[in-house]
Design a protein around this ligand. Structure first.
Ligand code: FRU
Length: 484
């Protein structure tokens, strides 16, 4: 694995020409995605600034131009008319001010009338590498480019650690106020969320207090990327707790969880209806963010990074890694979150393919499963051996995904085998495979499983126990153009 010096990781991009050769090289990789947003070069991580504005979806991702390494972060901007077809727009935010000199870190967006506002963390470091996180804002100008405000909105709280970032802005009509939720850490290293409020989107911000989540005063060491929304009269709080292991999640110290409950803006208390739950049970899923301005009180739209902090992926050798998930629709039914692939994705389907064991590199599978145990293996060799197995044990209502059978193995010290406990019997799977990922939607969204997968030439087959299978190759919907 290549060793990067701090200088290399934090090098400022002076001209697109410096990375053109990298782009020309990686675009030929067999693992470049066909219908998922992926980094133009280098590394993509968290989704940022996701909103619908004047009929167009805007999304940015944390971008490291130089290679598959975390260092100086930019926002890279993509847009879509329908959340399925995406175009590269170029750099959204560059770390070009003193207050964000070591990175434009994660954040959110909100459309207000004719304006689209962005909120992000300016990651400043001084010559001794001491960090000051600033909460900063930008807006979309008439040319469709992000323009920064001259000054940050506010600085960090001295009564919390340097980990204060990832502003999520929301409008609360009852209070007539905007709120910003900031992922944070207390001085004694407990994860938490700080809340700011203002009557106006770009001025007048004041600290309101720390979010209280009864029962979760000590849950992980930092809550990254908070997201809050209301669906069907319930509040949904999502965040990515880190610096802790959690039951059922191997040795991973990075997680993405949610609560359904009630947010009280008078007392700044989120009261969960039940225990935390994993947003996705897969190997590679983190920093999920919902879109603003979805304008449907019954659903939210979520997108996430396929990847984890501190982990390494096989395309690192090719100097790039990461991808966004498909956008997914979130609904709440009987107090449980249901997640389904973005509607309209069926438009990418080609002719239905026969269930003869061959797995196209970009495809969708639908399986209707009879009662009882069930076995599926994806990415097997032509003789059905190897691959990533998906086993359902009817007695315990548990699915187990095991990726140890694939030629390219990665992050074995974190996990290669994970369980998905179900409430209901397994009856239905909907699986989206792209050239370096697989997303499995179980029982119409009762649970999901997202993973990177890097099949080699001899790993494009699948096997399964009796089930009704429908399969389609999916066409490309994301332009992979060099726009910087
Ligand atoms: C989550 C995260 C955020 C931060 C960003 C930096 O993956 O650590 O908390 O803003 O990545 O790239």
């Amino acid at each position: 694995m290549k060793e990067w010096s701090r200088e290399e990781r934090y090098r400022v991009l002076q001209s697109p020409e410096e990375i053109r050769e990298l782009y020309e090289r990686i675009k030929r990789s067999p693992y470049r995605q066909r219908y998922h947003v992926q980094p133009v070069t280098g590394l993509s991580s968290d989704p940022n600034g996701f909103a619908l504005h004047k009929g167009k979806w805007h999304l940015c991702y944390q971008w490291g131009p130089w290679g598959a390494v975390h260092g100086l972060k930019y926002w890279y901007h993509v847009t879509s008319p329908d959340l399925i077809h995406w175009s590269n727009e170029g750099i959204g935010l560059a770390p070009d001010r003193d207050y964000d000199n070591k990175g434009a870190h994660s954040g959110s967006a909100i459309s207000v009338g004719d304006e689209l506002y962005f909120y992000y963390t300016g990651n400043h470091r001084d010559e001794n590498w001491v960090r000051t996180p600033w909460t900063c804002a930008a807006f979309l100008d008439a040319e469709g480019k992000l323009r920064k405000l001259p000054e940050p909105l506010f600085g960090p709280r001295p009564d919390h650690s340097e980990h204060q970032r990832d502003p999520k802005v929301v409008w609360n009509a009852e209070k007539g106020r905007y709120y910003i939720f900031i992922g944070a850490q207390t001085l004694d290293k407990r994860g938490c969320v700080l809340i700011y409020e203002s009557e106006r989107p770009l001025t007048g911000w004041r600290f309101a207090g720390e979010l209280k989540v009864p029962g979760y005063e000590s849950f992980g060491g930092m809550w990254e990327c908070p997201y809050i929304t209301r669906i069907g009269g319930k509040d949904l709080l999502i965040f990515s707790p880190q610096y802790t292991t959690l039951p059922g999640r191997g040795n991973s110290t990075n997680h993405n969880v949610y609560f359904i409950g009630r947010m009280d803006y008078d007392t700044l208390t989120f009261t969960p209806d039940g225990p935390y739950r994993f947003l996705d049970f897969g190997f590679d899923f983190y920093a999920a963010q919902g879109a603003a301005n979805v304008n449907d009180p019954q659903k939210a739209i979520l997108i996430s990074w396929i990847g984890l902090p501190d982990n390494h992926y096989p395309t690192e050798e090719e100097d790039w890694e990461g991808s966004m998930t498909l956008p997914r629709e979130l609904r709440i039914r009987d107090g449980r979150l249901l997640q389904t692939p973005i509607s309209g994705i069926e438009a990418l389907r080609g002719e239905a393919l026969p269930d003869e064991g061959r797995l196209p590199e970009a495809c969708e599978l639908e399986l209707e499963i009879p009662a009882g145990d069930f076995d599926l293996a994806l990415f097997t060799k032509p003789d059905g051996s190897g691959g990533m197995s998906f086993r359902y044990d009817a007695a315990s209502k548990t699915c187990t995904v095991d990726r140890r059978g694939m030629n390219k193995r990665f992050n074995p010290q974190v996990f290669e085998v994970l369980d998905v406990p179900l409430e209901n019997e397994l009856r239905r799977l909907r699986i989206f495979i792209d050239r370096s990922s697989a997303e499995i939607f179980i029982n119409d969204g009762e649970a999901t499983f997202t993973t990177h997968s890097y099949p080699e030439e001899n790993e494009h087959w699948f096997t399964h126990s009796p089930a009704a299978v429908r399969m389609w190759a999916l066409s490309a919907s994301v332009t992979d153009e060099f726009v910087v």
